[in-house]
Write a new protein. Structure first.
Length: 158
């Protein structure tokens, strides 16, 4: 990681560095922390993720802290920072819940199509069909994203 400095959790803000450094297990740890939404200790994370030792959990938490994706509080617990560049591409907060970003866009498209049909009828069938297809594709992709995140965040203790 080019821009990361030890002890400065917000040192790396380059999305390319974040995405390159956030693979496999570190990504799963980050997604679990975001899903939980509260500070988590090393041993608690170890149990949740099914790691064999606390040092594995600590290693991933420290990597995430170096990337600026988690912060460590006074008690030694770690909490995910949500306002980074990566997760808002996948999820957004809507009424206190994490929702795939594409879902509201797809639903908005459906509302526009229904409103157009109610107000004007079927004046432009090709445009209506295109917008409906695009909206349904966005909803489909949001469902796939949600399922992917759920698979990624399955912990060792189900």
């Amino acid at each position: 990681m080019r821009n990361a400095k030890k002890g400065n959790p917000r040192a790396t803000r380059d999305p390319k560095d974040v995405i390159e450094g956030l693979g496999g297990t570190a990504l799963r740890v980050y997604l679990v922390l975001v899903k939980i939404g509260r500070p988590v200790g090393v041993r608690e994370l170890q149990r949740m993720m099914g790691f064999k030792s606390p040092s594995t959990a600590k290693h991933h938490l420290d990597r995430l802290a170096d990337m600026g994706l988690v912060v460590k509080d006074k008690e030694g617990n770690y909490k995910a920072i949500y306002e980074g560049e990566l997760l808002p591409l996948i999820y957004t907060r809507l009424m206190g819940r994490l929702v795939p970003t594409l879902a509201p866009l797809g639903l908005f498209g459906i509302v526009v199509v229904v409103t157009e049909l109610m107000l004007f009828g079927l004046r432009s069938p090709s445009l209506t069909l295109a917008l409906t297809g695009l909206s349904l594709a966005l909803i489909y992709l949001s469902i796939k994203t949600r399922r992917w995140i759920e698979r990624m965040t399955k912990t060792g203790t189900s």
